[in-house]
Every structure is written in structure tokens, then in C-alpha cells.
Design a binder for this molecule. Structure first.
Ligand code: ATP
Ligand code: MG
Length: 392
């Protein structure tokens, strides 16, 4: 696990800092995930060196968050975020601290971290620095706040949602004092920016135990203070481990209000378009899909709709073959494959342009996709002249 590029890069940074006398360690999620045998995405380094000192040791650095003490150091094995040991300054309105103070103590730095499992440091020799019992809690599968849970959640309400998301990601239990504090502070989640909430929900949906996470949302009362309906019983079978499928399934459970609810979490246009397409495909599935449904949706959208139909035990007409196979057999796969275009239509008809062109092209497309019309110039010309125009 620690042989991958991210770890190599982090170790190389630590070695170079140590060579000039600065203590440096790996911290946070990467240490937790290494103990759990999970692959880490970002391996973060914490150091006693001040940001300017870090910058003086390496040739290639980028100031990514210098006011919080973070410098991105680029070494041959890759980029590494290096953050000076710090404590958080005064917290106002349950959000991020106003300012941070750099400190010379690793113990202090670890103390500001949210959960014991995220407050373990690892030295280059593989030994752990674990002041808050993180290793033991990981062993027991427990999410426990560092220090007084009430106080920690008062400082930053997002931590409560992080606890929920970790419970989904890791299948861990939330320790009782920590859970109690969440119940007490649940309403303060409304102080947190929607973008930060979305980022946690994105990670929740990817979790291997989303049901556990939603149960914790319900149990803590946090769910009641978030936009939308989070009812655990609908999630017991959900296991997509996919962000978009999570949002789409969540949308399905919101009924007609889904757009407002998802909009409030600031989903991107692309994410909203995916959700909309899946819900439309699911609706169409009630009568069975036509060629046009296979044509106008991606395989992923159609598979999502089938998955949801199963989860919700809907009475629908499931495809009899694999979606991929059906899509491969369609007469055409893209609009652009239509052999005839708007200017052909204008030329043949001698009519002036107008909305009718688009309508005719659409009718033509549907006829071709549904195998009622061959995609050939003469065939389409005949069809337009004898079938389409005469219908009007
Ligand atoms: P992931 O695997 O999702 O990246 P992570 O634990 O690494 O999980 P990050 O958001 O990358 O989470 O944060 C890195 C570390 O910073 C955490 O492990 C934790 O020690 C600390 N941290 C992050 N957010 C907070 C917070 N809101 N309050 C206190 N400490 C935090
Ligand atoms: Mg991380």
C-alpha cells in the first residue's frame, strides 16, 4: 500500500525536510487508510517547518493555501501537500476558523483534527504517533471525536456530516458520546455552505455502506436539518458506490420536488442532466423502452434506471437482452449519422425554412431509429414526399 507513487512522493519530501533538521510526518486520511489497508488518494505531510522554510528546501513549490500553512511541493514522484503544524484560531458561526496559528508541536496539530482515526501521524520509519487512541478506535471500528465532541462540533458543524460520511465509507460505528453530541448540535448544520455539504454527500454515495450513513443521518437528527428527505429504509439495498447514481437515487426519493432539492446542493448542470435523464428513462420503462429510448439515453443512464426499478420493486418491463447489445443493434447511434439534413429538406420541398424543418428532421430520425425507414437518401426523400408531407 505504501509503495505507491503518492506515498513515495510523501516519503521523499519528508526525507528532504528531515535532512535539514525539520520534523515531518504523514497525517490524516492516508495514515487511517494505510492502517485499514485501503488505497489512499492524497498522502498529506505535516511539518514543524514554517511555510517559508518549506519553500526554501524545495525548488518547485506552489502556494496553494499559504495562509493556512499549506505549500504544494512538487518532487519527481509527484505533488505533495505540506502543511505546517498549526492550531485553529477562534471559531465563529460554526464554520472555519478565522485564522490559524502555526505551532512547533505535532501533538497540538493532531489535537485540532476531527476524529481520533484522522489524528494519527506516521513517521518515515513506519512508526505511529498516536496521542488520542486512533489506532485502537480503528481496530474497534469507532468514529470518535478528538477531545470534547460537543465543543468540536460547535467549532465546525461540518464535522458531524464527516462522521456520517465516514460511517458510510468505512462501515464504522459512531461512538456514543460523539453521536450524542451530534444529536445536540444537529441544527447547526444549517450554518454550513451547501457546497461543503455536497462534497460530503458526494463521498457518502460512494461509500460501501450508504445505508449505515443514512441511518446515522436519521439517528442523529442531522438529516432533518438538511434539504430533502433522508429516510434510511429506502437505502437498505443501495450499493452503487457511485456519486452520480447516489444523487439520482436520492432525487428519485424526493418525488416531484427533486429539482429544487438537488438544485439547493448546487449540483453542476452536467450532474443535473444525468439525474434528469435517468428519471426520464425510469418513467419510460413503465411502458417498456422503444428504440428511441435506447437511442436517446446512454448505457449508464439506462442501467441506472433498471437498477432503481429493482430497488424500488417497480412494476416495469425490463429489457430482455443486455442494454449494450440492444444499443449496438440500433440502425443508427447518433443524429449525425442521418444521411439527410435540413438543407436537403429545403431543396426537395422548395419551401421556406421554419420550425417545420426541425420537426421533420425529428420525425425522420424517429422513423429511422424505430426501423420504419431506411437511412438512405432516396428512401428518405420518398418518405418525406409521400408519407410525411401528406400527413400534415
Ligand atoms: P478522504 O479520504 O476523504 O480524503 P480525509 O480524512 O483525508 O478523508 P480530508 O478532508 O482530506 O479528509 O482532510 C484531511 C485531514 O484533515 C483529516 O484526516 C483530518 O485530520 C483533518 N480535517 C479535515 N477536515 C477537518 C475538519 N473539518 N475538522 C478537523 N479536522 C479536519
Ligand atoms: Mg484526504
Amino acid at each position: 500500500m505504501q509503495n505507491n507513487k503518492e506515498w513515495q512522493a510523501a516519503y521523499s519530501v519528508i526525507e528532504q525536510l528531515e535532512n535539514v533538521g525539520f520534523e515531518a510526518v504523514v497525517v490524516g486520511g492516508a495514515v487511517r487508510d494505510a492502517i485499514l489497508g485501503r488505497p489512499a488518494h492524497d498522502v498529506d505531510v505535516a511539518t514543524i517547518a514554517m511555510p517559508e522554510e518549506v519553500k526554501s528546501v524545495f525548488n518547485n513549490t506552489v502556494d496553494v493555501g499559504i495562509q493556512h500553512g499549506t505549500v504544494l511541493v512538487i518532487v519527481p514522484a509527484g505533488p505533495v501537500e505540506v502543511t505546517t503544524y498549526r492550531t485553529d484560531g477562534e471559531y465563529t458561526d460554526h464554520r472555519r476558523p478565522e485564522e490559524v496559528q502555526f505551532v512547533r508541536s505535532l501533538k497540538e496539530d493532531l489535537k485540532r483534527r476531527d476524529f481520533t482515526m484522522n489524528a494519527i501521524a506516521m513517521r518515515r520509519d513506519g512508526s505511529f504517533v498516536d496521542f488520542y487512541g486512533g489506532c485502537q478506535d480503528i481496530e474497534a471500528g469507532l468514529i470518535r471525536a478528538v477531545g470534547d465532541a460537543q465543543k468540536r462540533f460547535s467549532e465546525d458543524a461540518l464535522r458531524m456530516l464527516r462522521a456520517v460520511r465516514f460511517s458510510a465509507q468505512l462501515g464504522f460505528v459512531i461512538e456514543s458520546e460523539t453521536l450524542k453530541a451530534m444529536k445536540d448540535k444537529a441544527d447547526t448544520i444549517s450554518w454550513i455552505a451547501k457546497e461543503r455539504i455536497k462534497a460530503e454527500l458526494d463521498k457518502l454515495w460512494i461509500g460501501k455502506d450508504v445505508f449505515n450513513g443514512i441511518q446515522k443521518l436519521e439517528e442523529s437528527g442531522l438529516g432533518a436539518h438538511l434539504n430533502g428527505n433522508f429516510q434510511a429504509n429506502h437505502w437498505s439495498e443501495f450499493n452503487a458506490q457511485d456519486k452520480l447514481l447516489g444523487w439520482a437515487y436520492f432525487a428519485l426519493l424526493q418525488g416531484e420536488h427533486w429539482r429544487e432539492v438537488l438544485g439547493s446542493y448546487r449540483l453542476s448542470n452536467k450532474e443535473m442532466a444525468f439525474v434528469k435523464a435517468v428519471l426520464a428513462a425510469l418513467e419510460a420503462l413503465k411502458n417498456g423502452w422503444t428504440n428511441m429510448d435506447y437511442f436517446s439515453h446512454t448505457q449508464q443512464e439506462l442501467e441506472a434506471a433498471c437498477y432503481f426499478a429493482e430497488l424500488r420493486q417497480l412494476n416495469v418491463q425490463m429489457p430482455q437482452q443486455s442494454i449494450e447489445e440492444i444499443q449496438t443493434k440500433l440502425p443508427i447511434k447518433h443524429k449525425q449519422e442521418l444521411i439527410v439534413n435540413g438543407s436537403d429538406l429545403l431543396k426537395w420541398s422548395g419551401k421556406k425554412g421554419g420550425p417545420w424543418v426541425k420537426e421533420a428532421l425529428q420525425a425522420m430520425l424517429e422513423a429511422v431509429v424505430n426501423d420504419e425507414l431506411e437511412n438512405g437518401r432516396q428512401e428518405i426523400k420518398d418518405w418525406i414526399e409521400h408519407d410525411y408531407f401528406t400527413k400534415e
